[in-house]
Design a protein around this ligand. Structure first.
Ligand code: SIN
Ligand code: FE2
Length: 217
């Protein structure tokens, strides 16, 4: 008789969970759509290449970014803003693909925010070592509509804090296909991403992609 395996080599995924009122982690919500989403990212980056934006303090960010939608989030020495035009190309940002909008709307509705109509999808690309410091998303006029954040490719540790920067942090492991939605009373929770560990993902290779949808106006 074969011995029982010492380790479960195919553990069942962690369950979806409510992080707090207005915030949920939907495990594997985007897994089925993931290949199509990644293909759309390749299309978008041909028109609006990934770039390392410079913070108002003058430092290039380790995460590379691009956008699609009616506006795009950008940063430079003058500050953060939503711009209808890609400052690198002078052209409008690529339109938001139907598959993006569809996924974002379904995730928002699942989290209790029906009728979601995002103006921007900010696309973040992380390589090993890239990270995103603790921050609030507060450049949007709409202070209630959720942020919908879709993880694709390599796993990451998402830092989930509170309304004050000094609040304790939870460390949530996000796998490809996981979606986090936060809005309403959780809209201004501090969050960030710990330095990415290297690895190879069958879908994205050596990178993690993150789509964050925002309702700006
Ligand atoms: C963000 O906070 O804008 C991105 C979060 C992530 O990459 O998971
Ligand atoms: Fe954010």
């Amino acid at each position: 008789m074969d011995p029982l395996p010492l380790f479960d080599t195919n553990p069942s995924p962690a369950p979806s969970e409510t992080l707090e009122e207005g915030a949920v982690l939907l495990r594997a919500f985007a897994t089925a759509a993931a290949p199509a989403l990644v293909e759309e990212v390749s299309r978008i980056e041909q028109a609006a290449p990934f770039r390392h934006l410079v913070t108002p303090g003058g430092y290039p960010m380790s995460v590379a970014m691009t956008n699609c939608g009616r506006v795009g989030w950008v940063s430079d020495r003058t500050g953060y803003r939503y711009d209808p035009v890609d400052p690198d190309t002078g052209a409008p940002w690529p339109a938001m693909p139907r598959a993006f909008l569809d996924l974002a709307m379904r995730a928002a509705a699942e989290a209790g925010f029906p009728g979601y109509d995002p103006d921007d999808c900010l696309i973040n690309r992380y390589v090993a070592g890239a990270k995103l410091g603790l921050h609030q998303d507060r450049d949007e006029n709409d202070a209630w509509a959720p942020i919908v954040s879709v993880s694709l490719g390599l796993p990451a540790v998402f830092l989930w804090g509170g309304r004050r920067r000094s609040d304790p942090l939870r460390r949530l492991r996000l796998e490809s296909g996981d979606v986090v939605v936060w809005g309403g009373p959780a809209r201004f929770v501090y969050h960030g991403v710990a330095p990415l560990k290297d690895g190879l993902d069958p879908l994205t290779g050596a990178v993690r992609l993150n789509l964050t949808f925002r309702k700006v106006f």
